[in-house]
Ligand binder design. Structure first.
Ligand code: ASP
Length: 356
């Protein structure tokens, strides 16, 4: 038998027996669940006007619903993640896609990753400047290339080749993020680059800040999902940190740091000081605690955030989901934009640390 035929024979047998790589039953018997975040940080009631708060809650609810609808129709966890993150990437409130923060050179350089817990297939992109939906690009790298990580112009070229929407880099521009960059560069005594080509002219008076300018806040977005087949997955998308330099890459596109998923343990997406998340391998660490220490998901998440991350003085948070439906979030900042829902349950939307 030819190699390809033998492979397809095995694959058919695999489907017929209904057993996946990790022995998970393929009958659609699981209750779906989804958890998402839109970044952690100094997000406090005192600094947030009611209109802005309502806008964040509405955006989180919309993204949650998009993913939940996919899962409810029997769609895969990967499809749900992509559907939710695409909405957040298009939403200027979040630091991903349109509305991403700027580098010190005045560019939007986007990072994203996705991981399938049923196969351990995982892929990432960094420094993307032209692809409208970096999460879709991460997924395409996984499904249509032999590689695990692509960066910069090559990643955008691959996106164009596989037919993903390309945009002028000014598509990602928002006045609010530009002003944050100008403030940050002034504070650091660094030169202010010219406004990007294609950006609208500077407004005569600075746009009103929707949050206190001093707010130390991350706006990365991430989603973890469990589908009716019992498969979990995780995805993350970000613009990184304001005024990042020298091609800096954070944790979001690093598998094991900002994103991880395995049907044998859990799925995690993080937000926070990427440098610490990389050093601790935060996402994988949570999953290792579940798998090797048999910790309940919430306890594993809290151990990593409140003990390990804090001991390095890192800040941020994570969302997590286990194949048995346990959902968790944990953060050591005053707030984290977050939402979750499981089949038959209500959508929960939360921002501050005094909310459940
Ligand atoms: N973790 C991201 C990074 O370091 C930032 C964020 O969470 O917003 O690039």
């Amino acid at each position: 038998m030819q190699r390809g035929k033998r492979f397809s024979g095995l694959f058919a047998a695999f489907l017929l027996t209904g057993v996946s790589v990790f022995g998970q039953a393929q009958q659609p018997s699981h209750h779906w669940a989804i958890v998402l975040h839109g970044g952690a940080g100094v997000i406090e009631r005192a600094g947030m006007d009611p209109k802005t708060e309502a806008a964040y809650r509405a955006s989180l609810a919309e993204a949650l619903k998009a993913g939940a609808d996919v899962l409810d129709r029997g769609g895969s966890s990967l499809d749900a993640i992509e559907a939710s993150i695409k909405i957040l990437e298009d939403d200027p409130l979040f630091n991903a896609g349109r509305g991403a923060v700027f580098t010190a050179e005045g560019k939007n350089e986007l990072d994203s990753s996705i991981m399938d817990g049923s196969t351990l297939m995982a892929d990432a992109v960094s420094g993307v400047t032209r692809t409208r939906h970096p999460i879709s690009l991460a997924r395409a790298v996984m499904e249509k290339s032999p590689h695990v990580m692509l960066s910069g112009a090559g990643a955008d070229a691959f996106a164009a080749q596989v037919g993903l929407e390309q945009v002028n880099p000014s598509f990602f521009f928002t006045e609010r993020r530009w002003q944050s960059l100008v403030r940050e560069l002034k504070q650091q005594g660094l030169p202010i680059p010219p406004r990007p080509a294609g950006a609208p002219p500077a407004p005569p008076v600075p746009v009103a800040e929707i949050e206190p300018p001093s707010a130390h806040k991350y706006g990365t977005v991430g989603v973890v999902a469990l589908d009716r087949h019992g498969n979990i997955a995780a995805g993350t998308s970000t613009g990184g940190l304001t005024a990042k330099r020298w091609g800096r890459v954070g944790d979001s596109p690093i598998i094991g740091a900002g994103t991880y998923a395995s049907n044998q343990s859990c799925a995690v997406s993080g937000t926070g000081t990427g440098e610490y998340f990389i050093r601790l391998g935060v996402a994988r660490e949570v999953c290792n605690f579940v798998r090797f220490k048999s910790l309940p998901l919430q306890k594993a998440a809290d151990e990593v955030i409140h003990k390990e991350l804090e001991s390095l003085r890192g800040d941020g948070g994570i969302i997590a989901l286990a194949p048995d439906g346990q959902m968790a979030w944990s953060f050591n900042t005053p707030g984290m934009y977050r939402a979750r829902q499981s089949e038959g349950g209500k959508a929960e939307i939360a921002i501050y640390n005094d909310e459940p």
